[in-house]
Design a protein around this ligand. Structure first.
Ligand code: COS
Length: 407
């Protein structure tokens, strides 16, 4: 890691960051090694040189979508018959971790697209919907977004109030969706809205999922959030003002949209866990290199046990996070119930990201608190992994409830 600043004297970091944690416990296949290298080289070449500038200016780089699409990174879990790569979940997560090591913002765009809208259409959509939307999404020609939360419905997602009313062969949607990752650049938004009527509310079973495109009348991109971290990933409000959605764009059953969203968030939580592992690994690599290059009291600080213990704890928690994540991913691919395991993976990895970036800032000392080095950005980026796609508190609720579940 080299300092970004030009003229101010700064301690040099050792030039060879550790790479051991990237694969040591994964027993990668040849194909997984190739995909990991492809993702690593892509991130180093196309993202790393610009990351500080994009972060500072909250700039989203649209060409990344095309470039990632060309390499297959936006169709990783989509079968080859729909132009995707059709790899298994662990392989997808390996690529995602590599992108996240360099840029957590690009990683969340990749995670949401691969884990939520594309998977929802693949799993619950009609043949016509798959043909129409999945193919261009796999190629990166249409970016996907997921719109569940609302200003008054965050953790309590089933409390959403956006209303959908059927008018002939068109659903008319009114309401505001919040915290929509990539919402300003999406070509396809999977949006949840109430299909039950106010006089006959059915709770979680009165919600539909709609395939919304920005060309439909009544679609408006609202406030862009000015965020602490993930600054080069745009997060926006979407307003549906009499939005007219063709009936053919309803996903599956009009009463089951919340269930589809919950099932899909299990995939999403694996993606966020991989993003968190990537952020944590970047913090460890930066701190390890810095500790080797920085001397105090006449000694490289890596020789102090106080620093070694921090690095050891970071490395151990990262290895544990990745192991749990991949165990959950393999269980998912075996078709097992992974409600609890995906929440555990997301909870542990996101708290590891926060822990590791906090330790990294501490190891860097004052230099960790300024923008000349990457760890302050990693620290800012890590926080949201404990919040979005279900807060750590929600993950604990899901984990605890499963302890008493009958199936
Ligand atoms: N898979 C399948 N079905 C699920 C499910 C899952 N993972 N999770 C919940 N469901 C079903 C339940 O089985 C229940 O179905 P029935 O009507 O048959 O009983 C229905 O969904 C409602 O579930 P539940 O009663 O558990 O709903 P709650 O309102 O108590 O809330 C939590 C469930 C809190 C877990 C849910 O609202 C949640 O995950 N909140 C966080 C939302 C989130 O992650 N938002 C981030 C969006 S991206 S920024």
């Amino acid at each position: 890691m080299s300092p970004r600043g030009g003229w101010v004297a700064r301690p040099a970091a050792a030039s060879t960051p550790t790479r051991k944690l990237a694969s040591d416990l994964l027993d990668l296949s040849e194909e997984q090694r190739e995909i990991r290298n492809l993702a690593r080289e892509f991130a180093q070449r196309e993202i790393a040189p610009f990351i500080s500038e994009w972060d500072e200016n909250a700039h989203f780089e649209p060409s990344l979508v095309r470039k990632m699409g060309e390499l297959g990174f936006l169709g990783m879990l989509i079968p080859e018959e729909y132009d995707g790569l059709g790899v298994d979940t662990p392989t997808y997560l390996i690529a995602l971790e590599e992108i996240a090591v360099v840029d957590a913002s690009a990683a969340v765009m990749m995670s949401v697209h691969n884990s939520l809208p594309t998977q929802m259409i693949l799993r619950f959509g009609s043949d016509e919907q798959r043909e129409r939307f999945l193919r261009p999404m796999a190629r990166g020609e249409l970016l996907g977004a997921f719109a569940l939360s609302e200003p008054e419905a965050g953790s309590d997602a089933a409390a959403l109030v956006t209303q959908a009313v059927l008018d002939g062969d068109t659903w008319v949607l009114n309401g505001t969706k919040s915290w929509v990752t990539s919402g300003s650049h999406a070509g396809v938004v999977l949006a949840m809205a109430r299909t039950d009527l106010p006089e006959d509310r059915k709770g979680a079973r009165g919600i539909g999922t709609f395939i919304v495109t920005p060309d439909l009348p009544g679609f408006h991109v609202g406030k862009k959030e000015d965020k602490l971290g993930l600054r080069s990933s745009p997060t926006v409000q979407l307003t549906f003002d009499g939005l007219r959605v063709p009936a053919a764009n309803l996903l599956g059953e009009p009463s089951e949209g919340f269930i589809y969203a919950m099932q899909s968030l299990e995939n999403g939580r694996l993606g966020i866990a991989a993003q968190a592992v990537g952020i944590a690994r970047a913090a460890l690599e930066a701190a390890t290199a810095y500790a080797a290059g920085r001397s105090q009291f006449g000694t490289p600080i890596k020789d102090f046990q106080a620093i070694q213990f921090k690095l050891a704890d970071m490395a151990t928690r990262i290895a544990a996070s990745r192991t749990l994540l991949h165990a959950a991913a393999r269980a998912k691919d075996r078709g097992e119930n992974v409600k609890q395991a995906t929440s555990m993976a997301k909870l542990f990895a996101s708290e590891t990201a926060m822990f590791a970036t906090n330790q990294a800032v501490q190891i860097f000392g004052g230099y960790g608190y300024v923008k000349d080095y990457p760890v302050e950005r990693l620290f800012r980026d890590a926080k949201v992994t404990e919040i979005y796609e279900g807060t750590s508190e929600i993950q604990r609720i899901v984990i605890a409830r499963e302890l008493y579940a009958s199936d």
